[in-house]
Design a protein around this ligand. Structure first.
Ligand SMILES: Cc1cc2nc3c(=O)[nH]c(=O)nc-3n(C[C@H](O)[C@H](O)[C@H](O)COP(=O)(O)OP(=O)(O)OC[C@H]3O[C@@H](n4cnc5c(N)ncnc54)[C@H](O)[C@@H]3O)c2cc1C
Length: 534
């Protein structure tokens, strides 16, 4: 009985898949690629298009054949990539295959993909997407590879569309905006902008990719002043499911523009982001405290959060693990020892990690990058209103839960990310988003499990889910629980898109349906925070 129902289900899925391929691939792959070339010709450099067209012409018979046979397997698609994109492709026989497999920061995501397509340009992405959609091949899209959920930017039996070589960056003449390829890492972005006295509203660790961070909302150092990373995009250049390229701004494709602010990988592949620039000169101080002082440290955090409501230059972050707690006191102006952090004056750190410094965003990011090693990672996110008793009881329970293996092999990390009313309002001032955030003093809390040995996978999962459940219960009992889940920290089992509220979710879903009627990003994309799975 069980076997019969399983095979019936498999047959049903196979029929659905064939229907999908038939609908997606009415024309031959050869014709489809030439159509893409025509439409790219209107906006993209010919030098990015012609080499692919020439190779397609030389291999017309082969391209006609694969689409006529309805081949959907990844090996066939990879053969097409190898034919049309020599030098931009890696499979098991390539020297750089292992480097591609091991690019993600989390070892759990080192999946042996059938091949990696190493796109260099917007045109490459448009052609690449046309190959997988015409053939109906499963794919994953990857920028910086820092997403810890297995299968989001990695895939076992399928093609990784790797965007890490889209690393262009150009500052506008008036220096007000910078256009970035999605494959840039934040550290490189800040270093380049620093030469002009500028920064941007992006990641706090230098290795994180531009693309994934912004599409998942993006929490920066100074959200109170500037809002979130997604709020600071002026334009998204997007390759849509049908391989056409559009620029989404507040005035052009405004619905797509809004949906891309925190809507995840549901609308297209974003190739370039144009961001507003900000000044780079700041002040910071990072100190480490003993875990036994957690009540005093948390009191200082909450006191600072109260003051931050009146001083939008201030930011504070907290991370605790393995017997110590790190506190970053950050100020968006080059001001010596800003009084907003005075609650920490009476506390005694065990170590100064970064002394009080008038520095730059680039230098601060260097500091945090050095603290982000390759390991195996899991992360869970929730949010709740600021409340000292809740902070203390939650951290108290974390202390007894943090070790799931020996401390040198891994541990849980406890993160407090302070969000002010001003942060939510800053986003609204920049055109607004559909994230449904309540304008109150909040902690976007997260627990991360970081460990090295595969043998500890189960223990890491149990410890992090246990802590997550405990946090949710404590926040609910205290009447402080909020629905919002920060996408970039959320686990695959969570539903950040739904956490934006039912009405907002409907808006995100409607935009996805309108820009991707064939549901390419729901059906062929391997995994991710998809509308269809929310
Ligand atoms: C050490 C570390 C530090 C971090 N610091 C921060 C921080 O300061 N602030 C913050 O907000 N988050 C932070 N994060 C979380 C991080 O932002 C997310 O993991 C984010 O998804 C990583 O982006 P990426 O491009 O590196 O990831 P990827 O793994 O390449 O991509 C993440 C997701 O986005 C999709 N995607 C990527 N690029 C595109 C694109 N161009 N078009 C369409 N879909 C795309 C992928 O398919 C995948 O689903 C951190 C994570 C780590 C491990």
């Amino acid at each position: 009985m069980r076997v019969a129902s399983v095979s019936l289900k498999a047959a049903f899925i196979a029929v659905l898949h064939l229907n999908y391929v038939a609908a997606a691939g009415d024309s031959s792959l050869y014709t489809a690629l030439l159509d893409v070339a025509d439409s790219l010709g209107e906006t993209q450099p010919q030098s990015d298009i012609s080499p692919v067209v020439e190779l397609a012409k030389k291999n017309k018979d082969k391209l006609d054949q694969v689409s006529a046979h309805g081949e959907t397997d990844a090996v066939t698609a990879c053969d097409v990539f190898a034919t049309l994109f020599p030098g931009k492709y890696a499979d098991q026989s390539s020297g750089d295959y292992t480097a591609e497999v091991e690019r993600p920061i989390s070892g759990t995501c080192w999946l042996k993909s059938t091949c990696f397509f190493e796109a260099h340009t917007t045109s490459d992405v448009a052609f690449g997407l046309k190959i997988v959609t015409t053939l109906g091949t499963k794919f994953a899209t990857r920028s910086g590879g820092h997403q810890q959920n297995v299968g989001f930017s990695s895939i076992e039996d399928g093609v990784v569309l790797d965007l890490s070589r889209l690393t262009s960056s150009s500052l506008s003449e008036d220096h007000k905006t910078v256009r970035l390829g999605t494959g840039n890492r934040w550290g490189e972005v800040y270093n380049r902008l620093e030469e002009y006295g500028l920064g941007a509203v992006g990641g706090r660790s230098g290795d994180v990719g531009v693309g994934g961070l912004i599409l998942g909302v993006g929490i920066p150092f100074f959200s109170s002043k500037y809002g979130f990373a997604c709020d600071n995009v002026q334009q998204f250049e997007v390759v849509l499911a049908n391989s056409t390229v559009v620029n989404a701004t507040a005035n052009s494709h405004p619905d797509l523009f809004k949906a891309l602010k925190g809507g995840g990988p549901n609308y297209g592949i974003v190739t370039h982001f144009t961001l507003y620039t900000i000044p780079t000169d700041i002040w910071y101080h990072v100190a480490q405290y003993n875990e036994s002082d957690y009540k005093q440290v948390l009191s200082a955090i909450v006191a600072t959060q109260a003051k931050m409501e009146d001083d939008s230059n201030a930011g504070v972050l907290f991370s605790g693990s393995n017997g110590t707690m790190m506190v970053g006191m950050l100020y968006a102006e080059p001001t010596e020892n800003p009084p907003v952090f005075s609650a920490f004056d009476s506390l005694k750190p065990i170590r100064t990690l970064a002394p009080p410094t008038i520095g730059t965003i680039a230098k601060l990011v260097d500091f945090f990058t050095a603290n982000s090693p390759t390991a195996r990672y899991l992360s869970f996110a929730t949010s709740y209103e600021t409340d000292l008793d809740l902070y203390k009881s939650a951290y108290g329970s974390f202390i007894s839960r943090q070790h799931f293996t020996s401390p040198t092999k891994g541990a849980l990390q406890y993160g407090i990310q302070t969000i002010t009313k001003a942060a939510v309002q800053a986003g609204q001032k920049r055109g607004g988003n559909w994230l449904g955030m309540k304008p109150v003093s909040t902690n976007w809390w997260h627990v991360v499990a970081a460990w090295f040995d595969e043998k500890d996978d189960k223990a890491a999962l149990e410890a992090s889910t246990g802590m997550m459940k405990n946090m949710t219960n404590l926040a609910t009992d205290a009447g402080k629980y909020l629905d919002f889940q920060f996408q970039n920290d959320a686990d695959v089992s969570q539903s950040p898109l739904k956490s934006y509220g039912e009405e907002n979710f409907k808006k995100f879903a409607a935009v996805a349906a309108s820009y991707d009627p064939q549901q390419v990003f729901q059906k062929l994309q391997n995994s991710g925070f998809k509308i269809s799975k929310a």
